[in-house]
Design a protein around this ligand. Structure first.
Ligand code: G6P
Length: 484
């Protein structure tokens, strides 16, 4: 759900029974395209494991305290029996067919909305039959919620796959309180206007009592759009639609700081970091990139920049090395397939050009790494490079910062990631500006220890102040304050 590139491998979830309340309606319902569990291995039919990431932990915690239910898609169209509960919270599956997977998930969600909301970095594709399936699947979600939520209960809907659900649910269940949070950017008016169904999407979202975004700019884009394309009036933070009040605001998501700090202090993980560094040939400087393999992440551009730094001698193949982790994602989509192909070509060109026998300049992993291994890599990275062309937040940047207790690491960060609003101690770059990325890496590499320390401690303080649990609680608190 969120953009956490890491994937944790944990024990298979054992099927649990929920005592007494199986048939009861839930006081709090979280709705997301993905459930907090995923098939252990798609197609094998051999069980379920927890989905990775801090978001699942945070939402699980709030649901546990509030007689909660999580509704979502199990991530496979092959039938496997879903556990009734996970960590004491009930689960309810919304199934989608193979054809709906094509039209709703790969189509409208990931080939229309995803590129459109990310600055149209790839041209969005508009198909009426994708839109029809999006509507149909959203209605299925709304119906599943309406059947499950207690009278006067609270529903928290997540992300771009489900933007019609708030209004659909309001029609089915006007008694419930509805919150919506968008994990990805909300585009500027000029781009959103391209969407043939822009009014429908706006109306869908305006069914909520509270609409949350990652950054104030996205909230303002939305409110301006709503005032322009619907009969809503008001300000960027409070809209009035036919006498109903809708709150709009920024709720920047974060990571599980304590968990990351604990892992970063774990002797076994620290030993692993030493081992990785040794395996890399004990270089003077390790550069690291960790991303879901997505064309919005600017991975190729970053590799080109590093390549040119090797070429002009700013980086030396004897002393410097790069590691790029690309987590497999949406692999059945042609754009993603092409991105992988081009990326792997760039990696092999770089190694072909600058490597030596027994010595690669860039180590590339196209894998789901366990979170422990990722933390070890963060501990190894002297410079972390996060250069998305556009990103709702980017939790990799926050994860890195939380691991660097010794204050030695340096972060090169795109000014177009939501995280840039908070991580002001980073070396900021315009990810479209190749020379700018090179300059920022040079600056990061040459910054003295004091500068690095000051920057890192500033970023750590800021991140530590509000973790993912605070994020969830603050959204729910704001939702409870909305009028019914
Ligand atoms: C982003 C989106 C999430 C999505 C995740 C992984 O972070 O905001 O909604 O779940 O990417 O993508 P996937 O398509 O695999 O769910």
């Amino acid at each position: 759900m969120l953009d956490q590139a890491s994937k944790q491998v944990e024990p298979v979830v054992v099927k649990e029974r929920v005592s007494g309340r199986d048939s009861a309606k839930a006081d709090l319902v979280v709705v997301a395209n993905r459930l907090p569990v995923q098939p252990s291995s798609v197609g094998s039919g051999d069980g379920w494991k927890p989905s990775p990431g801090g978001l699942v932990s945070a939402l699980t915690a709030v649901l546990q305290n509030r007689n909660g239910l999580w509704i979502g898609w199990p991530g496979t169209s092959e039938h496997q029996e879903l556990p009734l509960a996970y960590e004491g919270i009930r689960l309810k599956a919304v199934d989608i067919t193979k054809e709906e997977y094509e039209n709703f998930y790969l189509g409208f969600s990931n080939a229309t909305l995803w590129p459109l909301y990310h600055d149209a970095i790839r041209a969005p594709t508009f198909h009426r039959h994708w839109w029809q399936t999006y509507t149909k699947v959203n209605l299925r979600y709304a119906t599943a919620i309406a059947e499950s939520v207690a009278p006067g209960g609270t529903v928290w809907i997540h992300d771009y796959q489900l933007q019609l659900v708030p209004q659909m649910l309001r029609q089915l269940r006007p008694d419930v309180r509805i919150g919506f949070f968008l994990h990805i950017p909300f585009p500027p008016i000029e781009l959103f206007m391209q969407l043939p169904w822009r009014r429908e999407i706006l109306t869908g979202l305006l069914g909520a009592d509270l609409i949350g975004f990652q950054v104030p700019q996205a909230a303002s884009n939305f409110s301006r759009m709503a005032r322009r394309q619907s009969s809503a009036t008001g300000t960027d933070s409070v809209l009035d639609l036919n006498g109903r009040t809708i709150r709009v605001g920024a709720f920047p998501i974060s990571v599980d700081c304590e968990q990351i700090i604990t892992l970063a202090n774990d002797p076994a993980i620290r030993a692993r970091a030493v081992e990785i560094r040794k395996d890399l040939g004990d270089p003077e400087l390790v550069l690291l990139g960790v991303d879901r393999l997505d064309y919005t992440k600017g991975i190729q551009q970053r590799i080109k920049a590093v390549s040119e730094l090797f070429e002009d001698g700013s980086l030396s193949t004897d002393k410097h090395v790069m590691v790029q982790v690309a987590v497999p994602s949406r692999e059945t989509d042609a754009h993603y397939e092409r991105e992988r192909h081009n990326l792997e070509q760039a990696v092999s060109e770089m190694n072909g050009e600058y490597g030596q026998v027994g010595k690669t300049v860039i180590h590339y992993l196209h894998q789901n790494l366990p979170f422990d291994e990722l933390v070890a890599l963060y501990l190894v990275a002297d410079i972390m490079i996060v250069t998305p062309f556009r990103d709702g937040m980017n939790l990799v940047a926050k994860e890195y910062v939380m691991t660097r207790r010794d204050l030695t690491g340096r972060l090169v960060l795109s000014e177009f990631a939501g995280a840039a609003a908070e991580l002001r101690g980073a070396f900021m770059v315009n990810p479209h500006d190749l020379e700018g990325i090179k300059d920022a890496i040079r600056l990061a590499a040459n910054a003295g220890p004091k500068e690095a320390r000051d920057r890192m401690s500033r970023m750590r303080r800021k991140t530590y102040r509000r973790d993912v649990y605070d994020w969830a609680e603050s959204f729910l608190a704001a939702l409870q304050q909305t009028g019914m």
